[in-house]
Design a protein around this ligand. Sequence first.
Ligand SMILES: NC(=O)c1ccc[n+]([C@@H]2O[C@H](COP(=O)([O-])OP(=O)(O)OC[C@H]3O[C@@H](n4cnc5c(N)ncnc54)[C@H](OP(=O)(O)O)[C@@H]3O)[C@@H](O)[C@H]2O)c1
Length: 283
Amino acid sequence: MNSNILVIGGTGKTGSRVIKQLQNQGIEPRIGSRNASPSFDWNHKDTWVKSLQNIDRIYLSYYPDLAVPGAKEAIESLTYLAKELGVKKIVLLSGKGEIEAEACEKIIADSGVDYTIVRASWFNQNWSESFFLDPILSGEVALPMSDVLIPFVDAEDIAEVAATVLLDDSYNSKIIEVTGPELITFKDIVRTISKTSNRNLNFYDITLEQYVAGMREMQLPKDMIWLIEYLFSHVLTNPQNQKISHDIEKVLGRKAKTFLEYAEETAKTGIWNAIEMSTEPHR
Ligand SMILES: NC(=O)c1ccc[n+]([C@@H]2O[C@H](COP(=O)([O-])OP(=O)(O)OC[C@H]3O[C@@H](n4cnc5c(N)ncnc54)[C@H](OP(=O)(O)O)[C@@H]3O)[C@@H](O)[C@H]2O)c1
């Protein structure tokens, strides 16, 4: 396909994998991130035009989350600029059970640009590339809502779906819900990571208030604490987030990855046995 593609968040959990998927098909997409050239920064609109120039299709993952204040306005501005500059299609990475994310989906759906929404549940990679990694490294995992059932989904599956719908216009105007194949709890996860990484991880069931107090003690940035508290109190507990979808299988013709498969592969990389703790909080 003769298409110029921009992957916004192209070095992130899903974006880096979307890039690989496209490269495997002989497509060299442009990366949208602050460190890319040209640089793209959500906080500096003057960087957007260069990144969007001569682009036909966009994979759009917003940082840090579509739920944060200002996200909706940013998505709105970017979508209309993209349309003005001749972009034909946007694939938006959205979040299951997030009302704010649905408002962003609507902006894109109403824009007149072709689109597909990839609406994801919580990622497996939060345990290896994001905010759940540090507790795993410390050996002490204390989380609230330990019995809530979540269909954790793998970023590899999200990326393969995203790359497919980005290139295949038969998915235009559709919402693809991407979840893992099973409902699992935090307790199940910590048990699985203990087993696959050969570690003795301790799990503590705490309240959300205790969790938030812990983040304050660790002096995480205020907006990060707000986001994580919001995700626990509004997204995790939303019944919409606790349902399995079979869309991955429908799009890819194969089953979605289980958490165990992800954990076995990730354990082999040694990341869960790292001695040094990462200090930068990220989502
Ligand atoms: N994590 C989950 O469980 C989950 C579940 C459902 C939906 N989501 C959605 O997933 C999206 C995030 O996707 P992701 O996890 O694939 O990405 P990610 O790993 O969180 O994003 C990191 C990417 O964003 C870029 N970035 C950071 N700050 C930026 C800025 N100011 N301007 C431009 N780029 C910036 C980074 O590159 P540079 O550092 O080079 O700029 C990097 O490419 C969010 O919108 C969230 O709502 C997440």
